[in-house]
Design a protein around this ligand. Structure first.
Ligand code: AMP
Ligand code: MG
Length: 357
């Protein structure tokens, strides 16, 4: 991991990145936040002189976002097989955890309010990990937020009325989740409980993808699912450059984005610009404070850097809900993570590990 390296130059990069990224419009098809080094666009990868290997790249719309993979390989057949296997894994996770009829989460939400439901050990472990983040954040990260979250539709601009919202709060509490590890069952202690793994699933998927690539002997790659990315090694001798987008690109505060050089690590960004609508000047977006059922509004964006994407994903959502003070306190306590947060006025804050020497 090049965190020490990144700590030294991240602040410099913050000032120069605006120039570096000025040529490339921020965001992609889904309004996601990570911007990859624009060199790929300037110089098509197929045309690069490539001693001993070349870059292979693919991007597909999966999990309601853009999944992209880029890897270095000597062998075209093996590279293409690896990319195919990763995309298949992303689709599997989307079907398994998503909102479709055949999803295991849908099945659980339908039945667990009235009986303990047998689940796969994979789902059990993922939910256990989600509960760990609830426990260390006093419930700021809580997959039962969906009790309120299900009443919003950000695409259609729908929000719940006060009565519906207040009624939904009783069903939001991770302690309602009754896990029996011996039997691999999960029950809901309140009939209105609904879970949604959107705050952790993409990171989990990225970690699985990285494990698959490592197993195939790949030593230089990056996989992203929306705002969650993880790298294997570096970019053939240089660090990967991951950008944090300006949450309000058109605003006067657009001195960001920030470019962070990284290798062999994960980074996740949660932002209030991913899925949102505005009503009477108020932004309603997809990250919900479980205590109120309303969108969390202290921050515009949070990025977390750490070893595994499952953790950086959960923590970016967690810190977003906790807000600047409590969120940074949590990250500074968890020594193996770093954070960059942008507050409601566009000010940028760094965790202790990234702060100016
Ligand atoms: P991310 O983009 O990783 O911050 O994840 C946002 C997603 O996390 C949302 O689309 C929801 O599916 C889910 N989510 C929203 N609020 C919470 C919360 N308080 N705890 C856990 N998951 C949440
Ligand atoms: Mg997240």
């Amino acid at each position: 991991m090049l965190l020490t390296f990144s700590r030294l130059i991240v602040l410099l990069c913050a000032f120069f990145a605006e120039y570096c990224y000025a040529q490339k419009p921020a965001g992609d098809l889904y309004g996601e936040q990570l911007i990859h080094e624009p060199a790929y666009e300037r110089e098509p990868i197929e045309k690069q002189p490539l001693p001993g290997g070349r870059w292979y790249r693919d991007t597909q719309a999966i999990m309601g976002t853009e999944v992209s993979i880029e890897l270095w390989h000597k062998n075209t057949v093996h590279a293409e097989q690896a990319i195919k296997a990763v995309m298949a894994e992303m689709r599997r996770i989307d079907g398994w955890l998503g909102y479709g009829r055949t999803s295991e989460v849908t099945h659980l939400n339908q039945l667990a309010g009235s009986q303990a439901v047998k689940v796969t050990s994979e789902l059990f472990q993922l939910i256990k990990r989600a509960i760990y983040y609830s426990e260390i954040s006093d419930g700021a990260f809580d997959i039962t937020f969906a009790g309120a979250g299900k009443h919003y539709d950000y695409r259609l601009g729908v929000l719940p009325n006060e009565t519906t919202l207040v009624a939904s709060l009783a069903a939001i509490n991770y302690r309602h989740l009754q896990l029996n590890e011996a039997l691999l069952t999960i029950g809901y202690a309140h009939p209105g409980v609904n879970i949604d793994l959107g705050g952790i699933a993409k990171g989990y998927a990225v970690d699985n993808a990285i494990a698959m690539l490592k197993q195939r002997g790949i030593t230089s790659a990056i996989v992203s699912a929306g705002g969650d990315s993880r790298m294997i090694g570096d970019k053939q001798g240089k660090p990967w450059i991951v950008g944090i987008r300006s949450p309000r690109a058109a605003a006067a505060t657009a001195q960001v984005p920030i470019a962070i050089p990284l290798s062999d690590t994960a980074i996740s960004t949660s932002g209030d610009y991913e899925r949102y609508f505005e009503r009477d000047g108020v932004r309603y977006h997809h990250i919900i404070n479980p205590k109120t059922g309303d969108s969390a509004r202290q921050l515009q964006s949070v990025s977390i850097i750490g070893d595994k994407a499952i953790d950086t994903d959960a923590l970016s959502t967690t810190v977003f809900v906790l807000g600047l003070e409590k969120g940074m306190a949590l990250i500074n306590q968890l020594k193996e993570y770093d954070a960059v947060a942008i507050d409601a006025k566009g000010n940028i804050f760094y965790s202790d590990g990234l702060a100016k020497p």
